[in-house]
Design a protein around this ligand. Structure first.
Ligand SMILES: [Zn+2]
Length: 478
């Protein structure tokens, strides 16, 4: 579930053709605009109006403190990413993941995180980063899944129609830039009336959650690949002792008010992007389902859903193609491009019927000794062109094809049974233990999660009326 705690700073590839000599502000704005489109299409925006408006309002309040002469127009968006994260792009594009919000417990904490990201923009950190040499990492999931099985060249041909948006490259800030963003960020938050110390608190909180998920101490960063170390928290503490926030009017005056802005956030799958029920994936909006083999590790992105075998010697990926291309066209495109790729041997190709749908199929191998094998199918369903790619080595054919053949439509009946994990709020009864509270409210977080998420520390029994964030299974609204 929460397997990637890598946080992303998105830096555009140097090949995007931006003239670096132009006006620096214009350059930042252009970079940001292009990056923002990639974030929207590859990560996706999470639609939750109350939370989105709150983040925008709070963000603008803090950004204002940077002064009127800042030449950037700030925007604050909620991205559909389950990992706890916050990151920024040049020109004022700031993003908060839906996964970071349930972890925080006050407006002060969120304010300092936003302040930190605003500081990166104001100091133009990411733009500077562009001039260094960066080893690019491809974010897109199908690329990662296909990884070692076939050549990169062939992998790109298979993925290209799915990743029509282009690739997003990742990089980290330097330690110096992080410290600078901490310093400026907490000052901005303090000027807006927030406790600067809350940044240390938020970082500690994030670290505890990551530890719970991964079962190990996190040595690396939490948000936007930031170096997270006890030294950093110590630095923040020293830094903030001298800063006294000027009193002002918070948007959410209490933890309870803050939590109410987060009410209803999806804690695992977002139904808009599809829901896993074990190995079965259901997309309520596009009305299809597919089941991945037992024990395979599954992943979902806005453009593709897929799984990889335990030994990483087989994958199945289902993607939606960019608009305009029809299934026969897509298949023939693949044949043409792959004929130029090294070591690709087409076994068969042609039009078929797949699950009652008109489709185009290609079977291929790549490599001499122990070749990789591939089974690709393009088909049109609900006016969209889909691509299923099964790629494997050895004896995985039956498993791969078995999974491919589970593709089908879903009925409204099936959708009614679907449940998603959702953030809710419930008040405790006097002296209630955590176990009793969870039993009564339907909370499915284990005690250690309930404690960390609500920052209960060593509190063993609950006070009357004490309100806690909980995780409950709720039906999807389709
Ligand atoms: Zn940072």
């Amino acid at each position: 579930m929460m397997n990637r705690f890598k946080l992303f700073l998105l830096v555009l590839s140097a090949t995007t053709g931006i003239a670096l000599a132009q006006d620096p502000v214009e350059q930042d704005n252009k970079l940001g605009e292009q990056g923002d489109q990639m974030v929207q299409e590859q990560m996706g925006i999470y639609h939750h109006t109350i939370t989105q408006n709150y983040i925008e309002q709070l963000g603008q309040k803090i950004a204002m403190q940077a002064g009127e002469d800042i030449p950037f127009k700030f925007s604050f968006q909620l991205v559909n990413m389950i990992e706890p994260n916050a990151f920024s792009l040049p020109g004022g594009y700031i993003y908060v993941s839906r996964g970071i919000l349930p972890i925080l417990n006050s407006e002060d904490e969120l304010a300092t995180i936003l302040g930190h990201e605003i500081a990166h923009v104001v100091r133009r950190h990411s733009a500077r980063q562009m001039n260094k040499s960066i080893v690019p990492t491809i974010l897109t999931i199908p690329g990662l899944l296909i990884g070692g099985l076939i050549s990169q060249e062939l992998g790109n041909i298979i993925n290209a129609p799915i990743n029509a948006v282009g690739q997003v490259y990742l990089a980290s800030y330097s330690r110096g830039q992080e410290n600078e963003a901490d310093e400026i960020g907490v000052l901005l938050a303090a000027k807006a009336g927030y406790k600067p110390k809350s940044l240390g608190k938020a970082l500690g909180q994030l670290d505890k959650v990551v530890e719970l998920y991964t079962g190990e101490e996190s040595k690396s960063s939490i948000f936007d690949d930031h170096p997270y170390t006890p030294e950093r928290v110590k630095n923040i503490q020293e830094l903030t002792e001298k800063i006294h926030p000027k009193p002002s009017n918070p948007i959410a005056k209490t933890t309870s008010e803050f939590n109410h802005y987060m009410y209803g956030l999806h804690l695992q799958d977002d139904p808009e992007q599809g829901v896993f029920d074990g190995q079965k994936f259901v997309h309520p909006a596009l009305k299809f389902k597919i089941t991945f083999p037992e024990k395979w590790k599954t992943t979902n992105t806005p453009t593709a859903v897929g799984a990889v075998s335990e030994k990483q010697d087989a994958t199945v990926v289902l993607g939606v193609l960019a608009e305009g291309e029809k299934h026969v066209e897509a298949g023939k495109n693949f044949l043409e491009k792959s004929s130029k790729a090294k070591g690709v041997n087409i076994i068969s190709s042609g039009e078929i019927t797949f699950q009652g749908l008109k489709a185009f199929e290609v079977k291929f191998t790549q490599g001499e000794k122990n070749p990789s094998k591939g089974h690709l199918i393009w088909f049109t369903y609900k006016d969209l062109t889909f691509q299923i790619s099964g790629i494997w080595k050895g004896t995985n054919r039956e498993i791969v094809d078995g999974s491919i053949n589970t593709f089908g439509g879903v009925s409204n009946e099936e959708l009614k049974d679907l449940k998603v994990l959702t953030l809710s709020l419930k008040k405790a009864k006097k002296g209630e233990t955590l176990d009793d509270f969870s039993k009564r409210t339907g909370n499915v977080w284990k005690n250690e999660f309930l404690i960390v998420m609500n920052d209960l520390q060593d509190q063993k029994t609950l006070k009357e009326g004490q309100e806690l964030k909980i995780a409950i299974w709720s039906p999807i609204n389709y």
